[in-house]
Write a protein that binds this ligand. Sequence first.
Ligand code: PAF
Length: 284
Amino acid sequence: MQIITTKEELQRVTDACKGEGKTIGLVPTMGALHEGHASLVRRAVSENDICVVSVFVNPTQFNNKEDLVLYPRNLQRDAELLESIGAHYVFAPTPEEMYSAEEMNETFEFDFNGLDKVMEGKMRPGHFNGVVQVVSRLFYLVRPDRAYFGEKDFQQLAIIRFMVERSALAGTFGKLQIIGCPIVREASGLALSSRNERLSAEEKNTAVAISRTLKDSLDWAKTESVKEVEKRVADTINSVEGLETEYYEIVDKTTLLPTDTFANAIGCVTVYCGKVRLIDNIQY
Ligand code: PAF
């Protein structure tokens, strides 16, 4: 496995792979890798000749600067994990390598047909513009055949699919397939997240109530309305000391707009566990 730190070297390597007719799978990450990321990488390794994993804490998608500073980083541990599961290249640039000074400060405005105006987009203004800024740059540099994203960040996945399928960039990425992969959970049910590293052992136990409540809501949905289930989920989570729901919204999986039926619906939650912001979701 080779660690690449410059855009130029990355392009040289991926050009050579393409020249040899090899397929490339890309797994974009911000590092602090866990079993959820590993599941994406294993799939990319099994479905492509070459697997490229990017490890880059993208400053332009953080609207909260404290979150950016506190985001866990450990390239050496990440590289060991990636090597052990068969990744071929790790792309780990500095922010200065990735962006010019103007790009770092410029406000990018993409049109996502409203997908970015709800839930995470509403709570974290500019977040998805930053995500798309970095992901589209990675697509240009790597020109992958397939790119892999976790369903835990369901809204991010929907927005990236939209960008690739329907935006002005559609022709640019050729036959690129966006592949969504299921949430990986601890035995307790807690969704794996790099942010879990910031939870104390006690907070980790407390946070289990999030996935447990989402799971219980599948039963509640059999007899209660969407609005009732939304309220019951938020109330149940908030009744646990140390947890505070920022939003729980049941939306249509395709449009991400509020829905009053459970058909094609997903419930997305964001909860503060102490100072750590956790997200999870459940499909009805
Ligand atoms: O999901 C993430 O880790 C990030 O948003 C991504 C897709 C790697 C872009 O920085």
